[in-house]
Design a protein. Structure first.
Lengths: 182, 563
């Protein structure tokens, strides 16, 4: 006997898409961990969204959306890495390492919205040069040579600026998180 | 055991797509061997992803406000909204999921943004790369690998390294910084620097709040204050807050930032920091720097006075305007020549009183089309030398006249700069009009925009005995050519800083507007051909050898820098 679903098929797709949007930062982080190139990663997030939409009906609401979407994202990322093996050989980690990284459960993802709020506040505390480095890297997607050129410094110097800025932001966000928790 | 700092370095390189093959192998080994390394990797990846998310939302919020993404300063790539971005803005408006889907379906995946091909090359000479002004210096010895700006010159991003002495930098953001050598200071932007060695005192005015100084140990971010930093070694740094408030960030400051207020100080040694009392006396007093600079300027001015006194006796000196003790009540510019050939005084028409090469040195400013100093000599001369210390403020006209004499007569002389920065002189060999009736000498372009605002010594020789015309800039010959049709130079009515015209002649077009734009603080006319050595002596004053190192900028007056 056929039982009617308790919602329309399109509504199911919409719900899956809403889940994707909710977890999009985590998905992006996952993809970036495999493909650090931001431009490629952005493309992959979109491609993953397309696959998620196409396969939405195979996802059962109530099960782990993150586990499901990570499988799709990982597949798409590996597909891209294999396709671009010549270009990405210096960037991509081996599949053995990627498998090891996927095997660990890790910590639950942070509350994205809270994290982004803290991040927003912490970025405003960065020095002008550090803020510019972060913007060039994450807003513009520039690589280190271009960032160094635009900052008027050497590539190692740009790398240090960027690394310190990220470290500052991580510490600052953690600090704010602890402060707001007390 | 996990080498966490090394792992962090490798992870940063990985997420910035800058791993070498060897580093990649090293990172992979660490990740395979250590669960903790993988945990740290995931933390970094998560942070990396969230930063990208934050950045995309930033762009999205700009879009949502119908505000175009502004091109970043110095960023030559004008990114039209990539379709990716418009897509994700749509997605970001989560209520419109279905619409996002529609957009998604219309969009071919993996499209790359189109970048402009016309990327200007980074150029330290470009005005947008200049971040500060060298506003003062005392007894400075530059390191060989330092930028070595002249006094008053704009300084590009890069390293300033001095072995000794004191610098005063005026950052474009409004911060005044005094650096005491030996010091190594990297200018990063108009509001940011890095101090690796030496003492620094920063005076931060309200528009410049946020001025930042980096060091290996931490970063000092100003919150509106006066503070000093003293870096004596790789692991030794002090911060003294004299007024206001600063924040220390990064490096050994683990939790966000540490605020310091007036009366606070921190000393860091070998990775450990202790509080100290700020000691203002360990940093140079800006008033001391100022008075020391002025004492040196006054000393140089006195030396010039001595030299000027001697120059008044130069044989053949017909006109010598030293621009000192100008009689503005009667508009008289005194001719100080003591030679037998002495002519009369000059009459000032227009011209603003100005400051010359040193604060106490007089000068006249030429700006308006009518501005000039008129004088008169009589007779003829077979040779002539013109010398002047001028500050060129711009070359807006086709002809920017320094001097002209005896209009329309055979032997008429013009001395000018053209808009390309060439020194030009011409002698009329026939009383008739027409370009063919002039003997001319043009130098290559020798004055550029970089020279505007600086004092330059110009000289031109009309050598009738040897049939040669020569131009000199700062004592060095820059052009020489034959004077083929030698005629006696006609002395007569002359204008300094403008074009002398026959009284019956009236300007009929802009072609005849030829006034000089700038200042003059010394002018001499000698009725003989001075030797190269005499010209060098007039231009190159031994005491100026260090002038670019220790003359503060006063009222926008630049230095006398022999080039």
């Amino acid at each position: 006997m056929n039982s009617e679903p308790d919602y329309e098929p399109d509504a199911h797709v919409t719900k899956v898409q809403e889940l994707f949007i909710m977890h999009q930062p985590t998905v992006r982080g996952f993809i970036l961990s495999m493909i650090p190139d931001m431009s490629l990663a952005d493309d992959l997030v979109q491609e993953t969204f397309l696959v998620v939409t196409r396969k939405a009906h195979s996802f059962e609401l109530g099960t782990s959306f993150l586990a499901w979407v990570r499988t799709i994202a990982r597949y798409k990322a590996l597909e891209t890495l294999r396709r671009n093996v010549r270009n990405s050989s210096n960037l991509a980690l081996s599949e053995e390492v990627l498998d090891a990284l996927s095997a660990d459960n890790g910590n639950p993802p942070p509350d994205t919205e809270v994290y982004l709020q803290h991040l927003d506040s912490c970025v405003s505390k960065l020095t002008p040069q550090a803020r510019k480095a972060i913007e060039l890297r994450y807003n513009r997607g520039h690589g280190l040579p271009e960032i160094a050129r635009l900052l008027g410094c050497t590539i190692p110097s740009a790398s240090v600026t960027l690394s310190r800025a990220r470290a500052f932001l991580r510490n600052c966000v953690d600090h704010q998180h602890k402060m707001s928790a007390t | 055991m996990l080498d966490k700092p090394r792992l962090e370095t490798l992870l940063n390189a990985y997420f910035d797509c800058a791993l070498t093959p060897e580093e990649k192998t090293e990172l992979e080994r660490m990740l395979l061997c250590s669960a903790r390394a993988r945990e740290i990797f995931r933390e970094h990846a998560e942070h990396h992803g969230l930063l990208r998310e934050w950045a995309l939302r930033q762009q999205g919020s700009r879009l949502a406000n119908v505000c175009p993404l502004p091109p970043m300063e110095d960023d030559p790539k004008i990114l039209p909204f990539p379709r990716r971005l418009s897509l994700w803005v749509g997605i970001g408006l989560a209520a419109c999921v279905a619409l996002a889907l529609l957009v998604l379906q219309l969009r071919p995946p993996a499209e790359k943004p189109v970048f402009s091909k016309s990327e200007p090359v980074a150029d330290s000479e470009a005005p947008w790369n200049k971040v500060a002004l060298l506003a003062g210096a005392v007894d400075v010895e530059w390191a060989e690998d330092s930028i070595t700006p002249a006094m008053g010159e704009a300084i590009p991003k890069g390293w300033l390294k001095i072995k000794r002495g004191i610098l005063r930098l005026d950052f474009y953001s409004g911060v005044r910084v005094v650096v005491e050598g030996p010091a190594e200071l990297q200018l990063l932007s108009e509001g940011e620097a890095r101090l690796d060695q030496g003492k620094l005192t920063a005076y931060v005015r309200p528009p410049a709040i946020g001025f930042t100084v980096h060091n290996r140990e931490f970063t000092v971010v100003d919150r509106g204050t006066e503070f000093g930093m003293n870096v004596t070694g790789p692991d030794r740094c002090e911060v003294h807050v004299f007024k206001g408030e600063v924040a220390l960030q990064g490096g050994i400051i683990k939790d966000g930032e540490k605020l310091l207020f007036a009366g606070d100080g921190v000393s860091v040694r070998d990775g450990k920091w202790t509080t100290i009392s700020p000691d203002r006396h360990r940093f140079v007093d800006p008033e001391f720097l100022r008075s020391m600079s002025y004492r040196k300027l006054d000393a140089k001015y006195a030396l010039w006075k001595e030299k000027s006194e001697k120059f008044r006796h130069t044989p053949g000196l017909g006109i010598y305007f030293d621009f000192e003790d100008i009689d503005f009540d009667h508009q008289i510019l005194g001719n100080r020549s003591l030679a037998a050939e002495r002519a009369g005084d000059g009459v000032i028409i227009g011209c603003e009183p100005s400051v010359g090469r040193w604060p106490k040195k007089g000068a006249l400013g030429f700006a308006r089309t009518s501005d000039r100093v008129r004088f008169r000599m009589d007779g003829e001369t077979s040779s002539l030398t013109l010398l002047a210390w001028v500050r060129v403020d711009g070359l807006p006209l086709q002809h920017n006249q320094l001097f002209s004499m005896s209009p329309d007569a055979a032997g008429e002389v013009h001395w000018k700069l053209n808009q390309h920065g060439q020194m030009q002189t011409s002698v009329r060999v026939e009383g008739k009009r027409g370009d063919e009736n002039w003997d001319i000498l043009d130098s290559p372009p020798v004055i550029t925009e970089k020279d505007f605002g600086y004092w330059l010594c110009l000289a031109t020789v009309f050598d009738g005995e040897n049939g040669v015309l020569k131009h000199y800039l700062n004592g060095k010959e820059v052009a020489s050519g034959p004077w083929k049709r030698i005629v006696p130079i006609k002395l007569g009515v002359a204008d300094l800083g403008n074009l002398a015209m026959p009284s019956a002649e009236q300007p009929k077009s802009s072609h005849w507007i030829r006034n000089f734009g700038g200042r003059i603080d010394e002018f001499a006319l000698v009725t003989r051909a001075l030797s190269a050595e005499e010209i060098r002596e007039f231009a190159e004053m031994p005491e100026f050898l260090h002038a670019q190192l220790d003359l503060p900028v006063t009222h926008g007056v630049g230095p006398a820098i022999p080039k």
